[in-house]
Design a protein around this ligand. Structure first.
Ligand code: NAD
Ligand code: MG
Length: 397
């Protein structure tokens, strides 16, 4: 039901997933590899705001040496010697001025101070409301630059160029932007959709294995909550994904984006269904916060959280032991953790305290995403057996 087209041009082959939103805010996600620079430059420039010709390209100090110069070049106007393809409609012929900003790497820098430094830079450069912010990086950069673009002069356009699996399959799509607060992750933020998401799978060549696997936990999530055939495909193609096979990776990213796009289209502001994207996240966020910064990557914590949700679902009789076992098997074969180490600081009380801070708590009542029925079905509910929750936590700590 999602609208994906595959484009093959002289400039490369890529899929375009459309995120259908109301009020003309729908946007494309390009998923490809081996792009010709003329083609990727043309695509990117075509999504720079028509209201201006200035770009603030933001990345971090880890990614900058690898990719900043290339994307600065692609976003700037084409050199006079480049030949635009027929039917390009003259797009990209305007001169775009690209300024850059390099932020410190790391989740600990996803905060209001660093956010302010983006706004400072934009003001110092004299950028007006017609400018476009571009996020080049993983989820940390995407969430922060997206939030900066949501509030700069009450909102400017922005483009996502995700460089991690996590960002390609999840954080760059759907318009959730924000920063962390000392009292909680992603507690300050806004909904603000990008003009486009541009995925070049070739950047994954430099992504460490651990980061790749972390991103896979969100890919597996889509299969579990709504797409059984995709879970079966993942089960069969995990080795190819871990080997960074291009066709397998392209399919996994595309299918993940289609799933996310469908959910976001149905429930952009998280009235209900969108919450199911948080399978494993209530447990996972507690693990991330309670284990101390730097212990777990987000996707690793989500993997343990998914194992906990599956265990609790089985305890309640909502899924059978066979499905629970299969979920553990896929997570483990993806190189993801499904339990806490013996020396983990997580205690029953740590879980209880941190889970009560979850954004999905309503009127003091905790709500969880649990699996129910066949593979690919889940529920978002506050109606669960608290004894099963308690037993699950006790089993994991
Ligand atoms: P990240 O942005 O910290 O990137 C992980 C690490 O990989 C960083 O050190 C980064 O510099 C490095 N890196 C990025 N691309 C690279 C590349 N191509 N080659 C080599 N190194 C590279 O982490 P992440 O996992 O991408 O994102 C996690 C963040 O995303 C969290 O803050 C989480 O809250 C957020 N998130 C948001 C949403 C959303 O809907 N907005 C969804 C999921 C996650
Ligand atoms: Mg997540």
């Amino acid at each position: 039901s999602s609208t994906t087209t595959t484009t093959t041009t002289a400039g490369g082959r890529y899929d375009v997933v459309r995120v259908d939103l109301e009020d003309g805010r729908d946007y494309p996600i390009y998923v490809g590899s081996g792009y010709d620079e003329r083609e990727s430059g043309r695509i990117l420039r075509s999504h720079v705001s028509a209201k201006g010709a200035r770009v603030l390209l933001v990345t971090n100090d880890r990614i900058a040496p690898m990719y900043l110069e290339k994307y600065r070049r692609l976003l700037s106007s084409p050199s006079s010697s480049s030949v635009e393809g027929k039917g390009g409609g003259g797009i990209g012929e305007r001169t775009i001025r690209v300024d850059t900003l390099i932020l410190p790497d790391g989740e600990e820098n996803k905060n209001l101070d660093i956010l302010t430094s983006i706004l400072d830079r934009a003001l110092e450069l004299g950028l007006d409301r017609g400018c476009t912010f571009v996020a080049l990086g993983g989820g940390v950069i995407g969430d922060m630059v997206g939030f900066a673009s949501a509030i700069y002069q009450r909102g400017v356009d922005f483009i996502q160029i995700p460089t991690t699996v996590m960002a390609m399959v999840d954080s760059s799509v759907g318009g959730k932007t924000g920063v962390n607060h000392p009292l909680g992750k992603n507690m300050i933020g806004s909904f603000h959709q990008p003009n486009c998401v541009f995925v070049d799978l070739d950047v994954l060549d430099t992504l460490p294995d651990r980061e790749l696997r972390s991103g896979l936990s969100e890919v597996i999530k889509y299969g579990l909550i709504r797409d059984a055939p995709f879970f079966d495909w993942l089960d069969a193609n995990l080795a190819a994904l871990l080997d960074r096979d291009t066709d397998a990776t392209r399919y996994a990213v595309r299918r993940s984006c289609e799933n996310k796009a469908e959910v976001v289209k149905a429930d952009e502001r998280e009235a209900g269904m969108r919450a199911t994207l948080n399978l494993g996240h209530t447990f996972g966020h507690a693990i991330e916060n309670g284990s101390g910064y730097g212990t777990w990557l987000h996707g690793e914590a989500v993997s343990i959280g998914t194992a906990m949700a599956a265990t609790m679902s089985e305890k309640m009789g909502w899924i059978d032991g066979g499905l629970r076992g299969r979920i553990y098997n896929v997570l483990e074969r993806a190189g993801l953790p499904v339990r806490l180490p013996v020396d983990s600081p997580m205690k029953v009380e740590t879980f209880e305290k941190l889970m009560s801070l979850d954004k999905k708590v309503a009127d003091g009542r905790l709500r969880l995403i649990l699996l129910k029925g066949e593979l690919g079905s889940c529920v978002f509910t506050g109606e669960f057996d608290t004894a099963a929750l308690r037993e699950t936590i006790e089993e994991f700590v």
